[in-house]
Design a protein around this ligand. Structure first.
Ligand code: DAT
Ligand code: MG
Length: 149
């Protein structure tokens, strides 16, 4: 089964959206296999957003993402990497479709509420930098036969 990294950013935590965002993935049928609330150290933020190191918004992005607690999670299920990106909506909330997380809760690109890995390779990389192997749980859910055919 595929896994992806999803994170409620400091704006989402401050606005009380952690439960709402977790609920959307739960209701969809995805399985929560890792979860923690913590404030990201600058070095970890710079690693996580390393692909944007040379962009004009990089410093502001790192300052923002380290400004308060984030809720980091790993979700598991069929095609969950692409599904999570669709559920988040476009990076710029102004362009995100209504009903997506960013299209429901966001306005500015620098306050887009939540993160999701953009590919299977990114998911593996991001899960590896945010979670120890022992923090990722394997467990059965009786309900899975009602979610997967
Ligand atoms: P995503 O989070 O959808 O994967 P990304 O990886 O291109 O988007 O950018 C990472 C974050 O950086 C994004 O969630 C918000 C911020 N960001 C991206 N483009 C930006 C821009 N043009 N101005 C300000 N912040 C930006
Ligand atoms: Mg990205």
């Amino acid at each position: 089964m595929e896994r992806t990294f999803v994170m409620v950013k400091p704006d989402g935590v401050q606005r009380g959206l952690v439960g709402e965002i977790i609920a959307r993935f739960e209701r969809r049928g995805y399985k929560l296999v890792g979860l923690k609330l913590f404030t990201m150290p600058t070095a970890l933020a710079e690693t996580h957003y390393g692909e944007h190191r040379n962009k004009a918004f990089f410093k502001g992005l790192v300052d923002f993402i380290t400004s308060g607690p984030v809720a980091a999670m790993v979700w598991e299920g069929k095609n969950v990497v692409a599904a999570a990106r669709e559920m988040l909506g476009a990076t710029d909330p102004q362009k995100a479709l209504p009903g997506t997380i960013r299209g429901t809760y966001g306005i500015d690109i620098g306050r887009n509420v939540a993160h999701g890995s953009d590919s299977e390779a990114s998911a593996v990389r991001e899960i590896g930098i945010f979670f120890e192997e022992a923090e990722l749980l394997s467990y059965n859910r009786a309900i899975d036969t009602w979610i997967y055919e």
